[in-house]
Design a protein around this ligand. Sequence first.
Ligand SMILES: [Zn+2]
Length: 221
Amino acid sequence: VVGLGRDSGRFSAVVKGARKGKTRLAGLLEPPVELEGSLRPGRNLDGLSQLQLRRAFAGLRQNLDGLLAAGFLSRLFTEALPERSPSEGAFELFGNLLERLTARSNVAVTALWGQDRLLLELGIPPQIEICLGCGSDQVRGYSPRDGGMLCASCYCGSGFAVPAGVLDGLRNLRGLEADDPLPTMNPATVREIGRIYKQQFQQHLGLPDRVFRPVLPKRPS
Ligand SMILES: [Zn+2]
C-alpha cells in the first residue's frame, strides 16, 4: 500500500495477509480510509500491521464526483510529497479534504482549495498579490516560469492573461481557513484556476499531465 502518515509522511509498505480474499484486513484497505497502525522497517520493504479503522469516509462511496476528486487528490498528494518526510500539515489537510468531499460540499472548489493548500505546504504557492517583476499590485497575468502573477507590462510573452474574476477566486481560496465554507465558482473560473495550479505543480515538481485527471481511488495491488 501507499499512504500518508501523520508521523511518517508518504510511505509505501506491505500489509501481510491483505490479499487473502474477503478478510477484515482487505476491507480495511479499501481507500480512502484513515487507519491507525504500526509501520516497521523491513529488510526490503516496510511492513504495516496492527491496523485499526479511524475514519471510513463512508458517504464518499455513493458520490462519484467526490470519489473521482478524492482519487485525484490522493494521487496528487502521493506524487507531490517527498517520501519519508513527515508533514502534519499535509496529513491534516488531506483528512479535511476527504471530510469535505464526503459532505458533498462543492467538489470542484474543494479540489482547488486542496491544491492551493498543498502548494503552500510544499512552499511553492503561486504569488498572487503583487507583480513578481516590479512589485505593482495591478496584476494581469500568470507566468508558470516565474511562478506567479505579473502586471501588464511585465507578463508580455512569458505567461497568459488572468481575468479579474479568476484573480478574485485565487485570492478567495488563499484566504480561507480550514473550517470555512467554500465559495461557489462558475465552471470557467474553476477551469482557469485549475490550469494555474497545475502549471505551478509542473513548473516546480515536474509532475506529468496524467496526475491532473480525475481518477477513482486506487485499491492496493
Ligand atoms: Zn510588473
